[in-house]
Each structure stands twice: as structure tokens, then as C-alpha cells.
Ligand binder design. Structure first.
Ligand code: 5U1
Length: 426
């Protein structure tokens, strides 16, 4: 048997090696050793730790799954609120965003803004808190002010380091990002579930959410979750860079994974070009995305722009057109108001974008134009998770119905102009 000193030294070396290979695999997507060799390192570490249990630390790569199942999740208040994003649904809205940013920053007409562009992942936002380089807390976004403590589950996600690499990280580092389930992992999970109890998940996002909200981390550890970071919470001492892109790059050096698609682009046109390229590749990506996010790159400019309500003025999500599916041919009943008409008993349930949609409310009846009078085919589409019923003054994509509408609104005396389709929400 080796001495404690020798064991401690070998354990340190093994942990460093394993953490290095985790970074190569999850952060740089460049594994340096085969899985079998990685497994061998883990086994050696496990065996040494079982011989010398006093040398086990919570940050050891062997300690991802801890104790007994939880009874519930504690609520934690975020030190800095977790903001949400405003949306753009077309190039004109994106150009409006860029114009507002430039006006607020009082830029000359010929000066363009550098934006960080990256895909918008369809997962769950979390805040990870590192103190002295150690992961001490992981919380869901919740309502933005406080969320649930999901640390035990997040610790099981191998892409998330329990300890940051290097030594030059700030004493307190909070990073924000998305926990998500890649499409292949989701298919395998459902395949397994079909063979076991038959209960499957409807889409990767639901599977990720269900897995993260498991009270038993031993179950979460079997779920193929992964993570990319895209933002920051509390940092002390701050800052860690002059720009969003520099700061994000530093996260990679410390072992935190970042989307490999992240790019700095120039001006509204650069944003639109990026969106078009990602849209073409969307189906081939390994994970679901529902749009692209842009952030003003220079942090001093982000500070000047600030935020309004719960969304920053320096960022926007440009959403993809919703996934669509033909609905059903059924007569509809329309009633409602100038900006909102109820569409009652109109459609059978329809499965679209992983969600069953059974009812809808049409909006903007006065703005609309219907081409195919007499056609009651219902087109349903989904954009992200937006299925809110509200009267709104512009197109609000969630559910689209191509439907025969009365020429006049049955309640308010407004004429309904012909439309190719109507945007509506359920
Ligand atoms: N890629 C990406 N997704 N996402 C979501 N960036 C990003 N930024 C967000 C959110 C809610 O918020 C910023 C305000 C940090």
C-alpha cells in the first residue's frame, strides 16, 4: 500500500488530468484520449479515494452524485436578477433594435455596432455560482428574482466543472447559461423509456426540465444533459473583460463550455447574415434552437444602455418562424373584438413543436386579410414556448390559422380585410 502522501499526490494529478480532459471534450470539442483511457483514469481515482477516504473532496470528479434524494428544492434569491430577452420576429424588427441602440449611444451614422451572436438554445436557464473557483450554488431562473436550488442535480452534468481550471478566476464568479438535452440523447432516453415504462418526453426541452427538477440526483445523472454559458451574474472583482466576447472566452479558459457558434458580427446586416446561416443549419445542429441572440459586445455600452422592465436594452432574440403543422378542417365559430376574436370549438387537438394545441384566439382581425374565403383549414404554429392569449397590436406568432373569417367583426363594427393567414395565440 502506498503512503498517504503518495496517494494525495497521485489523486491531485489524476483530478487535474481528468479536469483537463473534460475541458478538451466539453469546451473545445477536441478529446485527446479515447473514452476507455478516460474511464481508466476515473477508476484509478475512485480506487485511491476508496482506500484513502479522508482525501475525498466535494470537487473531486468522482463526487458528482451525492447523498440522499431531496424532499424539495429550496428557493434562492438571485444576487442580480436574471433578465429575459425581448424578441424580434423579422429583419425589420431587428433593424429597429439596432437603430434604437445606436440612437441611445448617440453614434454617428457611419459607425456600426459590434454584436455577439449565438444560437438561442431551447433549454433551461440557470445561474452557476463559483466561490474561490468551486461550484457552490446552481439555481434555476424562476421568476428572474429568485429560483430553485438545483445544485445537486447540476453537479451531475459532466460539462459543468465542479472546480474552475487555472488560478486567475475572480473570487466570486456567477455565470448564466442554458442546460439542455442534445437531440440524440433525447432520442436514446425516449427509446429507453419506451422499453421500460413507456412514459416518454414530448421534446428535448421538457426532458431537460424534468431531469433538472428530479428530486433524486441519481436519476438526473442518467440523463444526457449538457450546458453552454452565455452571460454573467455577480462577479467580484469585476470585470473579467472589456467586451462580452472577451469575457466569454475567459470562461472557456476556466473550463466552462460556450457555444462553438458564438461569433462577433457587425451591425444589423451582420446579424441578419448570421441568422440566415444558422437558419440553414438549424436542423443539422445537435440540439434544438428557436432563434439567435445578439448582444452589444462592448460592456461599457451595455451599461449605458441598461435595461427596461426585465429585459436588457442591449440584447435581443431574433426568433425563427414557428414550426408549423397542418391543422384540421372544421367549421369555426368567431366572436370577439376589434383586436381579438375568439375562435371557439374550432380545431381538434393538434401536435406541433412538441406541444398539443387544442384551442386558439385570433388577433388583429382588423389588420388581417383572408385570401381563401370559405377555407377553414387551420394552420397551427409554435414559436418557442409562447402560447399566451393577449390582445396585441402586431403579429404575435404562436398559432397561425388560415381560416374563413366573416367580413365584419361580429362584435365591433370593424371591417376584416382579406388575409393569407391570421396570427393567433392559444
Ligand atoms: N444564447 C443566449 N440565450 N440567452 C438567453 N444568450 C442569452 N442571453 C440571455 C437569455 C435569457 O439573457 C441575457 C440578458 C444574458
Amino acid at each position: 500500500m502506498i503512503s498517504v502522501k503518495e496517494a494525495a499526490s497521485r489523486i491531485d494529478k489524476l483530478r487535474d488530468e481528468i479536469n483537463f480532459h473534460n475541458q478538451q471534450y466539453h469546451v473545445y470539442d477536441e478529446p485527446r484520449i479515447p473514452d476507455s483511457e478516460y474511464d481508466r483514469l476515473m477508476l484509478e481515482l475512485q480506487s485511491l479515494e476508496s482506500d484513502f477516504p479522508d482525501l475525498i473532496t466535494p470537487e473531486s470528479p468522482t463526487q458528482r452524485v451525492g447523498g440522499a434524494p431531496l424532499e424539495g428544492f429550496d428557493t434562492v434569491k438571485h444576487r442580480l436578477p436574471m433578465l429575459s430577452l425581448d424578441n424580434a420576429f423579422n429583419a425589420a424588427e431587428l433593424e429597429d433594435f439596432d437603430r434604437r441602440v445606436r440612437e441611445r449611444l448617440e453614434l454617428a451614422d457611419d459607425e456600426s455596432i459590434a454584436y455577439v451572436a449565438e444560437p438561442k438554445l431551447d433549454g433551461l436557464a440557470v445561474n452557476l455560482r463559483y466561490e474561490q473557483g468551486r461550484l457552490v450554488l446552481a439555481a434555476t431562473r424562476g421568476d428572474g428574482a429568485s429560483g430553485e436550488d438545483v445544485t445537486s442535480n447540476v453537479r451531475t452534468i459532466s460539462a459543468i466543472p465542479l472546480r474552475l481550471l487555472g488560478t486567475d478566476y475572480p473570487a466570486v464568479l456567477e455565470v448564466r447559461g442554458e442546460v439542455f438535452m442534445p437531440k440524440a440523447g433525447f432520442e436514446k432516453l425516449n427509446e429507453r423509456a419506451r422499453k421500460a415504462d413507456g412514459k416518454t418526453f414530448v421534446n428535448p426541452r421538457n426532458a431537460a426540465a424534468g431531469s433538472l427538477r428530479q428530486l433524486d440526483p441519481r436519476i438526473t445523472t442518467t440523463r444526457p444533459l449538457t450546458f453552454y454559458c452565455y452571460g454573467f451574474g455577480e462577479i467580484d472583482p469585476a470585470p473579467i473583460g472589456e467586451t462580452q466576447s472577451d469575457s466569454i472566452l475567459r470562461l472557456r479558459q476556466w473550463g466552462l463550455p460556450v457555444s462553438p457558434e458564438l461569433q462577433v458580427v457587425q451591425g444589423a446586416q451582420g446579424c441578419i447574415d448570421y441568422y440566415e446561416k444558422i437558419a440553414v443549419r438549424r436542423d443539422g445542429l445537435e440540439y434544438d434552437i428557436d432563434g439567435v441572440v445578439y448582444k452589444v459586445d462592448r460592456l461599457s455600452r451595455q451599461k449605458t444602455l441598461g435595461f427596461v422592465s426585465r429585459a436588457p436594452r442591449w440584447a435581443i432574440a431574433y426568433k425563427f418562424p414557428a414550426q408549423s403543422a397542418d391543422g384540421v378542417r372544421k367549421p369555426i365559430r368567431v366572436s370577439g373584438g376589434a383586436h381579438r376574436c375568439e375562435c371557439g370549438g374550432s380545431s381538434a387537438a393538434c401536435f406541433v413543436g412538441g406541444v398539443t394545441v387544442s384551442n386558439a384566439t385570433l388577433h388583429n382581425m382588423d389588420e388581417g386579410r383572408t385570401q381563401d374565403a370559405g377555407d377553414d383549414t387551420v394552420f397551427v404554429r409554435r414559436s418557442g414556448d409562447v402560447f399566451r392569449g393577449r390582445a396585441c397590436s402586431r403579429w404575435y406568432p404562436a398559432v397561425t390559422r388560415k381560416v374563413a373569417l366573416p367580413a365584419n367583426c361580429p362584435v365591433y363594427p370593424v371591417r376584416i380585410a382579406p388575409a393569407r393567414h391570421h396570427e393567433s395565440t392559444v
